[in-house]
Design a protein around this ligand. Structure first.
Ligand SMILES: Nc1ncnc2c1ncn2[C@@H]1O[C@H](COP(=O)(O)OP(=O)(O)O)[C@@H](O)[C@H]1O
Ligand SMILES: [Mg+2]
Length: 278
């Protein structure tokens, strides 16, 4: 992972923890021109978190994620990525820093004309000096990590949607990122494939020690994998909750949050158990 010292680390709001939090969002506003999508966002993502960005469709989840992965500058505020102010370090440094992040987009984003091994090897060819054989071996390793050993020479069209999604994960892992971003990873997948993807995300967090940020509104996923979250509200255009999703489901005093997390069953305090996932 690229480490570039261009910002005064003393400015970082999170350095008292000894180890910097991977991502700290500080008074961020996201906007398109004058049109504000979300304002006054404040939250931090700790090492080893599976952090969920949730909220209804169009609330701005993807837009906020785009700020974290270096694709769209916030209109206001600061975003700390690995202790550096991501939008104050210049384009070149930011792009270097972003190589420490793996991103899995909704569709999986594979090139249909390339085999899985070629897809996974793409970032390695671009950013490392490894030769073709070494790249193939690493691609093999990454594919094995997501349960696709033996599928190196298949084309995306020859495998299922769930497998394509996992191949997209393998590609995001190519450069050994410490932070992984997923935007709606299970959208359009059947429940079994969704569940396998959740298991994969948990496994990556545990075995690689990665920090994972997931944009999703799928409750089953949220409760299974998320240990912390932020809830983006479309109406007030700001966050209305942060914390553990299960805790928020049972204890949030915000009716919108509880309604979302209980699919509308907000009337009874006791009709949701907290241990059903164990
Ligand atoms: N390129 C863009 N230009 C203008 N508005 C946009 C653009 N992309 C998204 N938006 C608007 O921003 C809002 C949030 O979008 P998005 O972040 O994609 O929401 P979510 O991921 O929560 O569904 C939506 O109202 C959407 O129409
Ligand atoms: Mg989105």
């Amino acid at each position: 992972m690229a480490v570039v010292e261009t910002t005064d680390p003393a400015e970082a709001p999170n350095r008292e923890s000894g180890k910097e939090a991977p991502v700290v969002v500080e008074s961020i506003t996201m906007a398109f021109g004058d049109f504000v999508i979300q304002r006054d966002l404040n939250f931090r993502i700790e090492h080893n978190d599976i952090f969920i960005i949730m909220g209804g469709s169009g609330s701005g989840k993807s837009t906020v994620m785009r700020a974290m992965i270096g694709l769209q500058a916030p209109a206001e505020g600061r975003l700390w990525f690995e202790g550096q102010s991501l939008w104050e370090i210049g384009d070149t440094v930011r792009q270097d820093l972003m190589r420490g992040a793996g991103v899995v987009f909704q569709s999986g984003g594979l090139w249909s004309s390339m085999t899985l091994a070629e897809n996974v090897g793409l970032p390695l060819g671009e950013y490392t000096d490894l030769n073709a054989r070494e790249i193939y071996e690493i691609a093999q390793l990454k594919l094995a990590l997501v349960g696709l050993a033996g599928f190196e020479d298949f084309y995306p069209s020859e495998i299922s949607g769930g497998m394509q999604r996992r191949a997209g994960v393998a590609r995001a892992l190519a450069l050994d990122p410490e932070i992984l971003f997923f935007d709606e990873p299970s959208a359009g997948l059947d429940p079994i494939s969704s569940k396998r993807l959740d298991e994969l995300i948990l496994q990556l967090r545990d075995s690689l020690g990665a920090t994972i940020i997931v944009v999703t509104h799928e409750l089953a996923s949220i409760f299974t994998i998320g240990n912390n979250c932020v809830f983006l509200d479309a109406q007030s255009k700001t966050q209305i909750a942060t914390g553990n999703p299960l805790w928020l489901r049972d204890h949030s005093d915000n009716p919108t949050v509880r309604e979302f997390l209980t699919r509308g069953h907000v009337d009874s305090e006791q009709d949701q158990t907290t241990d059903e996932e164990s």
